[in-house]
Design a protein. Structure first.
Length: 69
């Protein structure tokens, strides 16, 4: 991923989120990964309601599908 980011314009904030899971966007990335892996304990430790992230995740997938059609 680092090589791909080196070839595209990317802010330090986005690089830190994608490569190191740092900062607010990194926290969000870690939460999404925990959701995808079904790591409910990690979500609870992050103080994220699994039901809320499930809805947000499914909404984002639906949005992505809309863009493709």
């Amino acid at each position: 991923m680092e090589k791909a980011l080196d070839q595209t314009p990317s802010s330090d904030e986005n690089r830190n989120a994608l490569l190191r899971k740092k900062g607010p966007k990194g926290h969000l990335r870690a939460a999404v990964i925990a959701y995808e892996q079904g790591d409910w304990d990690a979500l609870i430790q992050m103080r994220i309601d699994p039901e809320k992230i499930a809805k947000a995740y499914l909404d984002s997938v639906a949005w992505g599908e809309e863009l493709l059609h």
